[in-house]
Ligand binder design. Structure first.
Ligand code: FAD
Length: 397
């Protein structure tokens, strides 16, 4: 950083000190926002509907862009003790069992890691508690006024800033953008873990016509499985439910024995209908703002939903800290974040198509991947430079 830039940075006014910030939702986005605001001096309370801070589902890939925001919040020492550093992504033909290519992730800095979701929530929560964040559990917020105030335990909460980090069924999103049901994306996902010994620290993408499965190891000798199938309908009540592992095995029954042997170890599995909204047109109004899945739910095919929520949270706190006028800050936040998350969501949608190709297109795409691995092995990950190299901390320095 130049001397002039450093001088401006050190003499910049800080505005979060003594602001009261109310955050609805204690998921990864909400807790990261809580930590970012608390670290910049705000008084923060998180309102979470669940009786405990936990996460459904086992694994989570945190990519370098998300990791930089977590480091900038001082979490590097704790994070470095957790998770597994990813070494490569290995697109594999699920039918023949042959690896099509191997693209290096081991040189990514900060490292790309595989985490237990609950572990990341714990880590964020401990850091929040150490920075004075209050959490109200069992606090389902069912209505929010247009000025951002809401009721909790028969009290009206009117904060300087209310943040809706309340996920894909966000109440805050509805206040800002009107009611709309999330739409079914035509994909369902099973999530499970199985025991594994000495698994290579790589993400394997098993691609089959109309389906794919991603596996990667987690600490404690487990292999995380996310298996996706195209379906025309989601007829189940609710968003996810326990499924019979036999249904999962049946969908991949024509695949290679290595894949089937992983699935043969599945004892319990959850099935999700993958739902989405378009990116919300409006992310703020007055002193109410939204972030993460509340603003822009994405398909999980680029492993970015949580990473983008983490980036949003960090940037939102920074824009607010830099501006005495909350509405100006929120406008800058929306302008900065929307193009980036839209690009990431489009890239995730494209992956869904590429993983599930059929017939000749599938053959050609696999040949293309093989060629890329031989001729330009860094190009596969390199084309995601705009995503992984993004440094929230540098932008706000
Ligand atoms: C199969 C699958 C695999 C994925 N893998 C990855 C991955 O590897 N990497 C990645 O970056 N992303 C991944 N994602 C996406 C990621 O899980 C989400 O994008 C991320 O959790 C969004 O975080 P959030 O905090 O915005 O919302 P959420 O995690 O949904 O948190 C919202 C919180 O708000 C609470 N809440 C909701 N409504 C209310 C209310 N009215 N009052 C109070 N509290 C409320 C909820 O209980 C919850 O705790 C995956 C998703 C799926 C489905």
């Amino acid at each position: 950083m130049s001397v002039a830039k450093r001088f401006i940075a050190t003499t910049k006014m800080r505005h979060n000190a003594n602001r009261h910030v109310a955050i609805i939702g204690g998921g990864i986005g909400g807790l990261t926002a809580a930590l970012a605001f608390a670290k910049s001096g705000a008084e923060v309370t998180v309102y979470e509907q669940a009786p405990a801070l936990t996460e459904v589902g086992a694994g989570l890939q945190i990519t370098p862009n998300g990791m930089r925001a977590l480091y900038a919040l001082g979490l590097e020492p704790k994070i470095s003790e957790k998770g597994i550093v990813a070494q490569a992504v290995v697109p594999t033909d699920a039918i023949s069992g042959r690896a099509i290519a191997r693209f290096d992730l081991g040189r990514q800095r900060p490292p790309y890691r595989f985490f237990h979701r609950a572990e990341l929530i714990d880590l964020l929560w401990n850091a929040c508690a150490a920075n004075g964040v209050q959490v109200k559990l069992g606090a389902r917020i069912s209505e929010i006024a247009s000025n951002g105030s809401f009721q909790c335990d028969q009290q009206t909460i009117s904060a300087d800033l209310t943040i809706g980090a309340d996920g894909v069924r966000s109440v805050a999103r509805t206040v800002l953008n009107g009611a709309s049901d999330p739409f079914f994306t035509g994909q369902v996902a099973w999530r499970a873990t199985v025991p594994v010994k000495d698994a290579e620290p790589v993400a394997t993408i098993w691609m089959a016509p109309g389906r794919h499965m991603v596996t990667y190891p987690l600490e404690g000798g487990r292999l995380n499985i996310v298996a996706v199938q195209e379906r025309s309908q989601w007829a189940q009540e609710g968003w996810h439910h326990a499924d019979d592992p036999g249904n999962l095995r049946h969908v991949f029954a024509d695949c290679h024995w290595r894949l089937k042997s992983i699935l043969s170890d599945v004892e319990t599995v959850n099935l999700w209908g993958l739902f989405r909204h378009p990116v919300a047109p409006k992310w703020y109004q007055g002193s109410l703002a939204i972030l993460g899945d509340a603003a822009h739910p994405t398909l999980p095919f680029l492993a970015q939903g949580a990473n983008l929520a983490i980036e949003d949270a960090f940037e939102l706190a920074q824009f607010c800290d830099n501006d005495a006028d909350i509405e100006n800050a929120l406008s800058a936040y929306q302008d900065a974040r929307k193009p980036r998350v839209t690009r990431a969501i489009n890239a995730a949608n494209a992956n869904a198509k590429n993983y599930h190709l059929r017939g000749l297109k599938r053959y050609v795409a696999h040949a293309g991947l093989r060629g890329m691995a031989r001729v330009a092995p860094d190009a596969f990950i390199g084309r995601l430079g705009w995503l992984y190299d993004y440094d929230v901390a540098d932008i706000h320095r």
